[in-house]
Design a protein around this ligand. Structure first.
Ligand SMILES: Cc1cc2nc3c(=O)[nH]c(=O)nc-3n(C[C@H](O)[C@H](O)[C@H](O)COP(=O)(O)OP(=O)(O)OC[C@H]3O[C@@H](n4cnc5c(N)ncnc54)[C@H](O)[C@@H]3O)c2cc1C
Length: 381
């Protein structure tokens, strides 16, 4: 049977990660999630499997894979747990990739090896308390010191993933370096003037790491500018275009996980003398869930194949993110319904999936922003 876009290597990777998710993640993640703990041991194992180096070249210690391979892994992880999947997604897509794409040789040599081995994590600080979708409204500033050797950063960032773990080595932040100029600057963890607030109390993704960051006369060497001065806005738009495909793959995994859990439950739960899976109402709900997960998968694979082929993927990526995140929310709602009262109990994986689904319509560009991207690409102004 053809498996749209998957090579033999992709299939092997998918099966390996599927086994890891079922054997190592599923037994422990519920407890970690309830305690809002970051899964250091699982992240270490993912590092040993080479997952943090998937789309990077072997000269840098990577796996010589591609973005498609990364998306396969994100889908498989999210089929069991989304916190781990977003940790990997943000580590690669938002953490290491900007340095790989825009960094100097010196910056790549200094930061990438540990990130690629999964021994360190990096965050990407774009969102601010007063500017999310409208990221051009960035208020954080970076001015040069009088002798021109340092950037002095002031401002704050909100909701930054992977920014406060004990493994976090840096956060790349966007800041105003001139009147109409936004640049990206690398801020190493522990730099004086860089404060990481305690983790948020979140509805979902409870085993992922998210913090508010403040910068108060935080000084970093002038060499920490990432890419060209004034290109920060263009850089993050490129990074977010790719990230949309990754979030679509993650959303597809969550949607498929809802099908898995619903099939299991419907086969064993009895009501009125029969398993609930024998009732057409439940069968149709699961059939619709499977249909949605399948089309979400086709959408992210289409966008990822275009990205890997070097074709324009902006609209397909926005379509995939919009569709797959909607599907994830719909499937999580229906899976909870199929589980009845047990679906509302945190000990059941579908409760975690329900809590994890909503952010998918918000993070890395809300559904409204995806619609704006699609409409503009269709020529509507
Ligand atoms: C758990 C979590 C992790 C995150 N990780 C990161 C991270 O690592 N790095 C990072 O930089 N950010 C991160 N974010 C931030 C996330 O990307 C933003 O929350 C998101 O982009 C939305 O921005 P906002 O919250 O400011 O909402 P707003 O932009 O204030 O939007 C509020 C509402 O208004 C709508 N809206 C806004 N403008 C328009 C418009 N023109 N037309 C129609 N509707 C509009 C939005 O769609 C939304 O429904 C994270 C957020 C969360 C919750």
């Amino acid at each position: 049977m053809t498996d749209f876009g998957l090579s033999e290597e992709h299939r092997e990777l998918r099966d390996t990660v599927r086994r890891f998710a079922q054997d190592k993640v599923a037994p422990v993640i519920g407890d970690l999630y309830e305690r809002h703990e970051f899964p250091y041991d699982l992240v270490r194992q993912m590092g040993e499997m080479g997952l943090f180096g998937l789309p990077f070249p072997s000269e840098l210690g990577g796996m010589d894979g591609d973005y498609f391979a990364l998306c396969i892994v994100l889908e498989e992880l999210a089929r069991v747990d989304s916190s781990l999947s977003i940790t990997l997604e943000a580590a690669i897509s938002l953490g290491a990739m900007p340095i790989y794409r825009f960094g100097s040789d010196e910056q790549k040599k200094r930061w990438l090896p540990a990130l690629i081995r999964g021994e360190a994590l990096a965050g990407f600080g774009l969102t601010e308390p007063g500017a999310g979708s409208d990221a051009g409204g960035t208020r954080t500033t970076a001015r040069l010191s009088e002798d021109g050797t340092e950037w002095i950063i002031n401002g704050s960032k909100a909701f930054i993933t992977n920014s406060g773990t004990t493994m976090t080595s840096l956060v790349t932040v966007t800041a105003r370096t001139g009147e109409n100029e936004i640049s990206s600057i690398i801020v190493p963890s522990g730099t004086p003037g860089f404060t990481v607030a305690p983790g948020y109390s979140k509805v979902g993704w409870c085993s992922s790491d998210t913090h508010e960051l403040t910068f108060s006369d935080c000084r970093v060497p002038v060499e920490n500018l990432l890419g060209q001065r004034g290109r920060g806005f263009a850089q993050f738009l490129q990074i977010l275009d790719e990230g949309r495909i990754a979030i679509a793959a993650l959303s597809t995994g969550l949607a498929q996980g809802c099908v898995d859990e619903s099939l299991k439950y419907a086969a064993q739960r009895e009501a009125f003398g029969h398993t609930i899976g024998s009732y057409q109402a439940i069968q149709f709900m699961i059939a619709d869930m499977e249909t949605r997960a399948h089309t979400a998968r086709l959408a992210w694979r289409d966008a990822a194949l275009r990205l890997v082929a070097g074709e324009d993927f902006k609209r397909p990526a926005a379509i995939a993110k919009l569709h797959a995140s909607t599907v994830a929310v719909d499937n999580a709602r229906d899976a909870t319904q199929i589980h009845g009262g047990y679906g509302f109990m945190n000990e059941f994986p579908v409760a975690r999936m329900w809590r994890d689904s909503k952010i998918l319509e918000i993070g890395e560009g809300t559904s409204e922003i995806q619609r704006m991207v699609i409409a503009r690409d269709l020529g509507l102004r």
